[in-house]
Design a protein around this ligand. Structure first.
Ligand SMILES: [Zn+2]
Length: 85
């Protein structure tokens, strides 16, 4: 898993002869936005790691969702146990 969120940005590279110079066919820049020691940081992701990072960030999202579901079930269970006493 990886923390934070996966970000896709569009940008120009600055080369005047590049296809991106028209401002329409921009390059994709992938980044991960995370809190490091409480401070927001953004790191660029190289193309060959993009799919891996995307998967790992998604895995964290599903893990958090599953944890929230389990906590909700356990809270209802606790409240039921209290009533039954
Ligand atoms: Zn370019």
């Amino acid at each position: 898993m990886l923390p934070g969120s996966f970000v896709q940005r569009k940008r120009t590279c600055g080369r005047p002869n590049c296809h991106c110079a028209d401002g329409k066919n921009l390059h994709s820049q992938f980044q991960i936005s995370v809190l490091v020691e409480g401070k927001p940081k953004v790191f660029n992701i190289p193309a060959k790691l993009v799919e891996q990072v995307r998967r790992q960030v998604e895995m964290r999202r599903r893990f958090d969702a599953a944890a929230a579901t389990i906590c909700g079930i356990n809270l209802r269970r606790l409240l039921k146990q209290k009533e039954d006493q």
